[in-house]
Ligand binder design. Sequence first.
Ligand SMILES: *[C@@H]1O[C@H](CO)[C@@H](O)[C@H](O)[C@H]1NC(C)=O
Ligand SMILES: *[C@@H]1O[C@H](CO)[C@@H](O)[C@H](O)[C@H]1NC(C)=O
Ligand SMILES: *[C@@H]1O[C@H](CO)[C@@H](O)[C@H](O)[C@H]1NC(C)=O
Ligand SMILES: *[C@@H]1O[C@H](CO)[C@@H](O)[C@H](O)[C@H]1NC(C)=O
Ligand SMILES: *[C@@H]1O[C@H](CO)[C@@H](O)[C@H](O)[C@H]1NC(C)=O
Ligand SMILES: *[C@@H]1O[C@H](CO)[C@@H](O)[C@H](O)[C@H]1NC(C)=O
Ligand SMILES: *[C@@H]1O[C@H](CO)[C@@H](O)[C@H](O)[C@H]1NC(C)=O
Length: 503
Amino acid sequence: MSGEHGQLLGGLPAPVRRSLLAVLVVAVAVASDACDASVGDAAALAAAVKRAGSDACFCSFDKRPACVGRTSVVAVTADIALAAPVHIPFNASVSLVGPHAISGAGDHGLFVTFGQLALSGLRLADGNAMGTGGAEGCGTIAIFGACGGCVDVKPTGSLAVSDASFERCAANHSGGAIYAYLSEVTLRNVSFARTSAGVGGGAIAIWGGEATIVASTFVGTQSSFTGGALCCAKSNCSVSRSLFRSTSAGEGGGAVAFEGGGSGGYGPAARSLELEDTVFEGTAANHYGGAVLVSGGAVAAVGVTFDRCAAAVGGAVHLESSKGYSGVSPIESDLDLRRCTFSSCRATTGDGGGVNVVSAGRVTLGPGLVFRGNVAETGGGGGAYLRNISESLVVRDAVFAENRCRSRGGGLFVEFQAPKPRVECARCPVEIDPYSRQPCAYAKNGTWRSWDVSSDVAVVGSTFVGNEANFSAGGLGVTGGARMALEDTSFHRNSARISVPRP
Ligand SMILES: *[C@@H]1O[C@H](CO)[C@@H](O)[C@H](O)[C@H]1NC(C)=O
Ligand SMILES: *[C@@H]1O[C@H](CO)[C@@H](O)[C@H](O)[C@H]1NC(C)=O
Ligand SMILES: *[C@@H]1O[C@H](CO)[C@@H](O)[C@H](O)[C@H]1NC(C)=O
Ligand SMILES: *[C@@H]1O[C@H](CO)[C@@H](O)[C@H](O)[C@H]1NC(C)=O
Ligand SMILES: *[C@@H]1O[C@H](CO)[C@@H](O)[C@H](O)[C@H]1NC(C)=O
Ligand SMILES: *[C@@H]1O[C@H](CO)[C@@H](O)[C@H](O)[C@H]1NC(C)=O
Ligand SMILES: *[C@@H]1O[C@H](CO)[C@@H](O)[C@H](O)[C@H]1NC(C)=O
């Protein structure tokens, strides 16, 4: 490159050569792209974003889709302190590229986007959505600037963030760092620290949209009500290869709150929450679900670890179907956990040291599930407490080890609402344990093999070892109108203070 320029300008004196070269370089840059820019201060940034929405860079809205706009790439060449939020016009597509910081003064947001905004290699900090307003858990009404402390994504907009961090972003209502309403958010390698929300989603709140979160970390983010890190309402959210550490919520979902039910005219479509290869560590909620709170919608977790999560009820996960109310249909929750580990999680004043299900459609635990060392300090189900499951429960290839509880079901307790217990024990093999004549699920100890009945509950290929209930059902307890199949499942060293269930 420099060699060619050397030949071309070779006959000229050095200073002339240098200035000609500079002009040439600028001219080439301008000619190749008036829409791209380098910005080093707030005014230049605002101008570049405005230009991105002009005819030159993006087609007018009414000419779409025949005329497609382009993305303006704006290189951020210095740290920028904003005096006011930057508004991305609905007709713009802007990609801001670091590495540098963009910060607010702690009393206003950084970006409000009606268009397509991409942020990469940037440190975003000190944004605050201080307004009032917001109607639901994740803030349906965001028009008063109470949501999205650093970035507010409007229905015509979208947000893609990569290799970036958010710090000290706060929202009076929802989405400490990011709020997205009827829009799409994609994050890759993004870290959140010290972000908070007055109501839902300490880092991110999304309502009626789609969120995809990959390889990201949430540390110490918090919300006063639900979703210490993420509040996902009427939305489909997926989180993979990410970490939630020490995030917390005042009410429920120390890390994630998912409200998958329909409302507000957006219909009863069941939304989904997908968690994959992700770790929840030391997350906490004052009431429900130390890591995850679910009301309505389908939850699938694969390869997820919940370690030392705590809440009053449902140490790691608390799940219920959403209730119907005027004009809104109830939505059942489904729970599907595979290759997940729950370790040392605690329910401090209720049921479900690891998982507490209040009501659900279908629950599948396993294959490859481990509940170890979880505690329901005053309630039942040291590992998990499951009740009111309307469709089916399958526990497959799961290990319940060293869990404990105060009342019933040291490892697992299942409670159905139907009229009478129908646990079928007639075909139980004879056991060593003298209590085997009791409904088998209540036995203190014992080993069942190939006891197969078509049933509502199937426990297959699982192990219950060293669990302890201070009332009944050391390993596994079942009550209510379920028929039950136990197959290749073993029970060792489980203990309960009594072995006979109360009638
Ligand atoms: C883009 O939107 C802005 C307002 O948001 C408007 O002023 C401008 O004319 C629009 N440009 C085009 C090309 O539509
Ligand atoms: C936050 O919102 C609440 C009600 O939505 C309001 O009472 C309060 O004043 C707001 N706080 C600030 C700092 O605006
Ligand atoms: C993730 O983003 C950080 C900047 O926040 C960067 O330093 C790091 O290299 C990125 N990691 C990967 C794997 O791209
Ligand atoms: C979420 O997924 C469901 C099922 O695939 C779909 O019907 C719905 O439109 C998606 N988006 C939202 C915002 O609910
Ligand atoms: C069981 O759950 C269903 C919804 O799945 C709900 O309608 C019903 O009221 C629940 N029953 C009890 C006793 O909680
Ligand atoms: C529990 O069952 C195991 C396996 O059958 C047996 O080895 C052990 O002695 C039993 N323990 C008690 C206390 O019955
Ligand atoms: C077990 O129950 C007894 C009687 O209710 C109580 O005294 C004891 O403290 C309980 N132990 C534990 C570990 O909860």
